[in-house]
Design a protein around this ligand. Structure first.
Ligand code: BES
Ligand code: MN
Ligand code: MN
Length: 399
């Protein structure tokens, strides 16, 4: 165990032969808060198996997926078939920006040296469409506070004569997108990597059922940046979303009040080659510039992280593809996912190692939501695929 000042990092290694390749397994034991608790059908921290799925907070993100690696290692170790040196690094702050891990990685480069980093913290397209994640988005997360009068006021005595910060914040937020679904912050798209038609055609080969996507979410229509498909909007285009908005009176019944303050939490998902600090600065400057004189605006940056794209042609990536093909009986396709694992770009930069993102979750595992679950099929096929990966990787990487 390594203390970080935050939640400690669990580290362990089994080095069997310096002539064999070394695999560094990364995962996280921290989870998102389980609330709203009343929407869980069984308690979030008491796992139950129902309909061939394990229900619990962290079952898919990421304890259950991390545990596949423990089981794969245990099996190979028991049968004497372990063909790689293995290092495990399990952190407890992924969901809050991996601050402790960043320092740990920078200070322990020798200990963490490896030929590949294996991460199971992403999804496959479907149980009959295996995929390997090749792209993750970056993130800028901020909070804004809009202040009107110095205290809550009677909405009759003052309403209509004093700017309401919630009305004002709503207008400001609404103006952050234009009619075609593009973010209006000047410079926001300047560094966005454009994919040519050939690359987009390649991406479009990944199976995706738009009707099923809408049906699962009970929406009549999708929304997004004009000129891009739903998969592209998720995988290769940047976004801006309000994650939460509050202020004024939200209790039961009515209270006539013109609030003093309004707040919102806003995230922007980023793509190569945007930089999260630059985007945060652009947001702050623009958001302040659109505020009317009737209010004061504060912008507070939370965590950020960069997007990452990993190789599809490295020996490790070919070994991963072979492993999926053997366990699923079908070649995996590359997929660009919309979530963020900021530490992936840091591994690339600090350790010069390209991670393999071999997650086995599904988009409807309800991660970060009530009733998070992980399929038993996914759990077992994950263990199997990981063991094949060790085998193929060591065969392709004899030193
Ligand atoms: N495992 C997820 C990221 C993920 C989910 C990637 C699904 C691909 C598919 C990770 O634990 C996560 O939730 N990351 C956060 C970012 C973090 C800095 C809080 C996210 O994406 O919101
Ligand atoms: Mn995760
Ligand atoms: Mn998560």
């Amino acid at each position: 165990m390594y203390e970080t000042g935050g939640h400690p990092i669990v580290y362990g290694e089994k080095l069997i032969d310096k002539n064999l390749p070394t695999v560094l397994v990364y995962g996280h034991y921290d989870v998102q808060p389980p609330d709203p608790l009343e929407l869980w059908e069984s308690p979030p921290f008491e796992p139950v198996i129902k309909d061939e799925k394990i229900y619990a907070r962290g079952s898919s993100d990421d304890k259950g997926q991390m545990y596949m690696h423990v089981k794969a290692f245990e099996a190979l170790n028991k049968t004497g078939e372990l063909s790689c040196n293995v290092k495990f690094m399990i952190e407890g702050e992924e969901e809050v920006g991996s601050d402790g891990l960043e320092g740990f990685v920078k200070e322990n480069k020798d200990m963490l040296s490896a030929d590949v980093i294996l991460i199971s913290d992403t999804s496959i397209l479907a149980n009959d469409s295996p995929s390997i994640t090749v792209g993750l988005r970056g993130l800028s997360y901020l909070e804004v506070e809009v202040t009107g009068p110095n205290k809550d006021l009677h909405s009759g005595t003052f309403g209509g004569a004093v700017a309401n910060p919630i009305n004002t914040l709503s207008r400001m937020i609404a103006s952050l997108h234009d009619e075609s679904g593009r973010v209006t912050i000047p410079g926001f798209y300047d560094k966005v990597k454009n994919y040519d038609q050939a690359a987009r055609n390649e991406m479009a080969k990944a199976p995706f059922d738009l009707e099923k996507f809408k049906k699962n979410l009970q929406i009549n229509e999708v929304w997004g940046e004009a000129g891009f498909t739903t998969r592209e909007r998720i995988g290769i285009r940047p976004t801006l979303d309000v994650n939460g908005i509050w202020g004024g009176y939200t209790g039961e019944g009515a209270k006539t009040v013109l609030p003093s303050k309004a707040h919102a939490k806003i995230s922007m998902r980023l793509v190569p080659d945007q930089n999260s600090d630059e985007i945060t600065a652009m947001f702050e400057k623009y958001f302040k510039s659109i505020a009317p004189d009737s209010v004061k605006v504060k912008v507070m940056a939370h965590h950020g992280g960069e997007a990452a794209v990993v190789s599809t042609t490295s020996p490790a990536s070919l070994a991963a593809s072979k492993a999926f093909e053997k366990s699923f009986g079908k070649k995996p396709v590359p997929s660009y996912e919309g979530g963020s694992i900021p530490i992936v770009a840091l591994f690339q930069q600090e350790l010069q190692i390209d991670p393999i993102l071999m997650g086995f979750g599904l988009d409807d595992d309800a991660i970060h939501s009530p009733n998070e679950h992980f399929g038993l099929f996914n759990f077992y096929i994950g263990i199997e695929t990981i063991t094949y990966f060790y085998q193929f990787f060591s065969e392709s990487n004899q030193k």
